[in-house]
Design a protein around this ligand. Structure first.
Ligand code: PCA
Length: 321
């Protein structure tokens, strides 16, 4: 055996012993067949492939590892190395997290992407200060109103038991005179079955995921806002990866972001068709309801700007320019 062979063998052995598999847990709050979760599964598979199995990411769907509002803290504390959060859930911590939950500020995919671009440097900075990084974010389909009876105006929502998933969706209830109760998606089916929830705002995706059509027959397609899920990473866990693995995570994340937005848009129509097939009536808002909800949005933007201060104003200005 030549010296060259010996060196080659020795370095192979070293590489072999250095092959350490890293395992990451990825808590997510939505069911396995939700498009965000399917995207996460594809992301994990891409990372697995690109790293030849060096980094294994396990997706824990449907809030099975942590409840939706606990995921951010779990990633920050390192109990999970990576996780998917609904940004608007954290509005009370920092108003900027709630920018994509303001009714009619950004109410189409194009506007939503524009808002994301304006929001992203702020999100990067905040999460960075908290020992995390933003890997990618994807918008939910536009939010409409699930309701038991046809409604002509916001006044028709007075007194209804209204499911909120965020501070902003609870505030909408207050402004229209409904009774808010906060229920995360994983518990929504049960809350409808037991009568705790009669109405709520969300996407066609969540209406379909939770079989809302078994309890509620009307969906008013207000297209009021598109909240985003964000995949966040614990920075220390990321820094502990070798460079090629870090690059694989970033690449798979960028691919997941692009794929996610395309899927969200395409599936929005599919979800609404599925709701129809399952007996729901889908209609645009009446002009009165549209005007009422727009007024709610104006009030909420004003309140938000007061709380968010100059940072919030700068974000809105950057988005609108
Ligand atoms: N579905 C999630 C958040 C936004 C959406 O479309 C939910 O209703 O909990």
């Amino acid at each position: 055996m030549s010296l060259r062979h010996i060196i080659a063998l020795a370095s192979l052995a070293a590489a072999g012993s250095a092959f350490a598999q890293t395992k990451w847990d990825l808590p997510a709050a939505y069911p396995a067949n939700n498009f965000h979760t399917e995207n996460l599964a594809q992301f994990a598979a891409d990372v697995d492939k690109a790293t030849a199995g060096k980094l294994k990411i396990t997706v824990h769907a449907n809030a099975s590892l942590f409840k939706a509002p606990e995921i951010k803290r779990a990633v920050q504390g390192g109990q999970a190395q990576i996780g998917e959060i609904l940004l608007v859930n954290y509005q009370n911590e920092w108003q900027i997290f709630g920018a994509d939950g303001l009714p009619f500020l950004a109410d189409s995919y194009d506007e939503s992407m524009k808002l994301y671009k304006a929001q992203k440097p702020l999100l990067d900075k905040k999460l960075g200060e908290q020992g995390m990084m933003l890997l990618y974010a994807v918008a939910w389909p536009p939010q409409g109103i699930y309701v038991k009876k046809p409604i002509a105006s916001a006044a028709d929502l007075k007194g209804v038991k209204w499911r909120a998933y965020s501070p902003a969706t609870a505030r909408i209830a207050e402004l229209v005179g409904a009774q808010p109760v906060t229920v995360q998606a994983a518990e929504l089916s049960q809350a409808m079955a037991t009568g705790v929830v009669e109405s709520y705002m969300s996407s066609g995706a969540t209406g379909y995921d939770t079989k809302t059509y078994e309890h509620i027959k009307y969906f008013v397609d207000t297209q009021a806002w598109l909240p985003k899920n964000a995949v966040i990473v614990n920075k220390a866990a990321f820094d502990a990866l070798d460079k090629p693995t870090q690059a694989a995570v970033l690449k798979a994340g960028a691919d997941a972001e692009a794929r996610g937005w395309t899927t969200s848009k395409a599936k929005n129509t599919e979800y609404l068709d599925l709701l129809k097939k399952n007996g729901m009536t889908i209609s645009p808002p009446t002009p009165q309801l549209k005007a009422d909800m727009k007024k709610v949005g104006d009030t909420m933007l004003k309140e938000w700007l007061e709380k968010a201060g100059p940072e919030g104003q700068a974000l809105v200005d950057a988005f609108r320019k």
